[in-house]
Design a protein around this ligand. Structure first.
Ligand SMILES: CC(C)(COP(=O)(O)OP(=O)(O)OC[C@H]1O[C@@H](n2cnc3c(N)ncnc32)[C@H](O)[C@@H]1OP(=O)(O)O)[C@@H](O)C(=O)NCCC(=O)NCCS
Length: 156
């Protein structure tokens, strides 16, 4: 298993994984614009070690994450692990790849998540994200959002 930056050729597998988990409904265009944005950091976790540096040689996609690295205030937009591979540490590695980009100058990472997404909330809380607010009826189906932040200083 290895973590590497997402490329356009990962998109079929990324879209398939998103569809399986049904937690988000981004289209290909949205993923493409993230991959191309210079402030976005998009990573995937794939099976195997990759084939001797061949850029287009992809293993099975096990997960992905998308961050916006915006100076002191970064954001985690999306993180997902294939259902059959959950609870094996893949989400942790994807999250760590983004958090490693934060500096120790008081940088923070923000995210919002459905209040009812207990799995993801347990995951974020395990990794030191702190609930700081909520947004009523934030999602189109009327569900509230829980707002979390992670501060680099909390690492210590
Ligand atoms: C949230 C998600 C990315 C976690 O990925 P993962 O690869 O299973 O995470 P890890 O294996 O690294 O889990 C690390 C820790 O998070 C917590 N955690 C993860 N899944 C959990 C669950 N179902 N119930 C309770 N705690 C959980 C645990 O503390 C776990 O450590 P442990 O297994 O030693 O107890 C995954 O559940 C997922 O893809 N969910 C669907 C998509 C989604 O809702 N994404 C978030 C909104 S954008």
């Amino acid at each position: 298993m290895r973590i590497r930056e997402m490329t356009e050729s990962d998109l079929p597998q990324v879209l398939e994984l998103q569809g399986e988990l049904a937690f988000q409904d981004w289209d290909e265009k949205q993923f493409l614009s993230e991959i191309r944005a210079n402030y976005a950091y998009c990573v995937v976790s794939e099976d195997g070690d990759g084939e001797c540096g061949k850029v287009d040689s992809h293993g099975e996609l096990l997960g992905y994450a998308i961050f916006h690295l915006l100076g002191s205030d970064s954001e985690l937009l999306s993180i997902a692990t294939k259902e059959s591979e959950q609870r094996k540490g893949i989400g942790t590695q994807l999250l760590q790849a983004g958090l490693d980009k934060l500096t120790e100058d008081g940088d923070q990472c923000f995210l919002e998540v459905r209040v009812g997404n207990t799995k993801a909330r347990a995951f974020y809380e395990k990794h030191g994200f702190v609930l700081y607010n909520s947004r009523k009826k934030y999602y189109s189906d009327g569900e509230d959002a829980a707002l979390y932040k992670y501060s680099v200083k909390l690492k210590r």
